[in-house]
Design a protein around this ligand. Structure first.
Ligand SMILES: *Cc1c(COP(=O)(O)O)cnc(C)c1O
Length: 271
């Protein structure tokens, strides 16, 4: 019987091999794709084992659970991703804890995050620490460009599959949804204009299905939507597609995922 530490390390190596093979099939470089180890329900000690095995990104669903682990782990060299639904009353804590929020699903939530980013910046006096633009008084007065220096990386979660239980902006069918697309585009326009938000792409969760191929149309729809948004809103970067979990990450990579969120294939079934 092998120990848990070794098991996690072997599982991570196996997931990385499968990621590399999927990237080759998709004609992509494996270095375009980041593995996020989804550590929800697992203890800080388990997370530490994953970090020791080379994981640099961890994903959590809940603000409180992430906060407890961050406290226990100290300033471990890992980026934290919020991948679960975020309630607005937790937005203030979320901006201080997470390096990226994948689950922005309303204008109101984005506005709350933007406001808390501004407050955190004021408290930290960040504008004065940033190299500003060329204005001679730039080091004395925060200019618009230096004030915008601290932006929270976020993804917009979109439900392109139409499955009822799924969170995210409702856009079943993606771009082809003529009825809901205008509202979605209006929301995106408002979010990309927020000074402390840095929209970097889209996230989705495929419907539960027994085989990975069932998820492919969902991932294709998200990718097409991203490409369209990149044309319409060039002020945001749109480089990320957060899609693919234990059951379907290889198909997601074939379809362009840049962030895969993998829990069970690394840590085993959740209790
Ligand atoms: C739990 C979870 C994952 C990881 O799922 P696994 O099947 O354990 O790989 C990925 N994304 C989200 C949003 C999750 O909630």
């Amino acid at each position: 019987m092998i120990g848990q530490r070794q098991q996690i390390s072997e599982n991570i190596a196996n997931v990385r091999e499968r990621m590399a093979a999927a990237a080759r099939r998709g004609g992509r470089g494996v270095d375009e794709i980041t593995l996020i180890a989804v550590t929800k329900t697992h203890s800080a000690a388990i997370v530490e084992m994953a970090i020791a095995a080379g994981v640099a990104d961890c994903g959590e669903n809940r603000v409180q659970e992430a906060e407890d682990k961050l406290e226990a782990l100290g300033a471990a060299a890992v980026r934290w991703h919020l991948i679960g639904h975020l309630q607005r009353n937790k937005a203030k804590r979320a901006v201080t804890l997470f390096d990226m929020i994948h689950s922005v699903d309303s204008v109101r939530l984005a506005e709350a995050l933007d406001r808390y980013m501004a407050e955190a910046e004021d408290a930290a006096g960040a504008p004065f620490d940033q190299p500003a633009d060329n204005h001679p008084l730039a080091d004395q007065f925060p200019t618009a460009s230096s004030r915008r220096a601290r932006r929270l990386p976020v993804l917009l979660q979109v439900n392109v599959s139409g499955e009822e239980s799924k969170e995210g902006f409702a856009l079943p069918g993606g771009l082809s949804n003529g009825a809901l697309l205008p509202d979605f585009l209006a929301a995106v326009e408002r979010i990309v204009a927020l000074p402390h938000m840095q929209v970097q792409g889209l996230m989705t969760v495929a419907p539960y299905a027994p085989g990975p191929e069932a998820a492919r149309p969902t991932f294709q729809a998200l990718s097409r939507l991203r490409n369209d948004l990149a044309q319409r809103f060039p002020q945001a970067s749109w480089q990320h597609l957060s899609m693919g979990m234990t059951g379907d990450f290889e198909v997601a990579i074939e379809e362009g995922a840049t962030l895969v969120r993998v829990g069970r294939a690394i840590f085993g079934e959740r209790g």
